[in-house]
Design a protein around this ligand. Sequence first.
Ligand code: HEC
Length: 455
Amino acid sequence: MQRLTAIFPLGLLLVACVDASGDSASTTDADDTSAGTSTGADAPEVTYWRDIKTVLDAKCVGCHSPGNLAPFSLESYADASAVASALPGSIMAGTMPPWPPDAACGTYLHDRSLAEADQETLLKWVELGAPEGDPADAPPAPPAPEEIEFDIELALPEPYTPTIAPDEYRCFLLPWPEDQETFITALSVTPGERQIVHHVIAFAIPPDQVADYQALDDADADPGYLCYGGPGGQQSGGRVPWIGAWVPGGDPGDMPEGTGIKVQPGSLVAVQMHYHTYPGARPDQSRIQIRTAASVDKVAAMMPFTNPAWVQGSEPMLIPAGEPRVVHNFAADVSNYLPLLFPDGDFQAGDSFMVHAAALHMHTRGVRGSLGLTGGQSTCLLDIPRWDFNWQGSYQLTQPVTVRPGDELRIECEWDNTAANQPVENGVLQQPRDILWGEGTGDEMCLGILYVTGV
Ligand code: HEC
């Protein structure tokens, strides 16, 4: 025990040597001087096999394994112990695992964050010198999550290698194969080339907008077309019909039980790929799997929410150059807006509805955003205290929230438009300039996206 603690300042590369010398977790040396434990002799109180592997497997390995997006592996004892000294910084800063929502606002399914107890266990393990322990102590692996049975598989039209560094946002249009009205009840993405696929957002383009999108694709000589803020298209402005979002290590993609999004025959699926471009990257041909149902208990829709006056420009969402803290917010009773989302009469104006999942969308100069209800009730839906464009997603509430007439949806976004918070675009660090609402890389958005159904 003392030797293990003593080597800590020398760095963790020594851990392997200590273990190799036989001073491992399961020895029963009689010279144990540590107090307080009556069993286990000098066994470290935290070991890889007994305490750490389960945490890393559940919370890190989805991204930190060979061929995946994260730059190093945490898959084995050798991998994890080699980098152990690098872990505490990110764990204490809360940057790893990437999980932007603030837990004080709400709880969500498929939470990637580390429980406080697990954080402490990991920190203790590193402090003790990353002891391996005995593989026989490993707790049984948790049951594998239930497999979703998909019935539609779509793929990017051809393998594609991104060329714009460091990031390329490209949309691909995929034909929707069903010839009858259908409901999407789950959507999952399998990246073709995991090292470059940073995130994927899928949209259902309704038949009356297909021509606009097709024109974008036709105008770009490469497969698909460049699309930064959303899928593009004249009408997409605030009305962005998301059907799914995926980030590495993300959730399996099933929608709340008994609900699904209606898709009409003749639609297109638009897939926005966010690629991390680097020299020598191999081509990607990601696949999307979809589970459909002929009917659902509750018809769902993705409800975009923002201030229409920002989009139209009648009340510009101005983010002045050089300003460190620019806040815009907007609140409105949206119940009259629902019949537009459910044109088949599933909703009457003034009906109550339920929010099952929430997402926020800003671009790179955003620093903070939140969505909630005011008026009749004060409820936080989603709060992202440190906005990171690289880690956006849709978060499924553990408890759906019912919105009644009189409640107002409220969105608030904050930006930092100083020189210290400018993005690199096409290799060029940008200079602060006045920014407005828009789809382009240099524009900003403040958009909420809610997955809603009737009550
Ligand atoms: C959703 C994917 C994902 C998960 C889950 C994840 N990481 Fe990471 N991690 C990354 C990526 C990608 C990077 C590279 C830097 C970046 O892009 O932010 C990274 C970088 C790191 C770094 C380098 C320093 C840094 O913060 O950039 C450390 C340390 C780290 N991860 C530790 C962990 C640990 C420990 C866990 C689990 C408790 C974990 N990560 C879970 C994706 C993930």
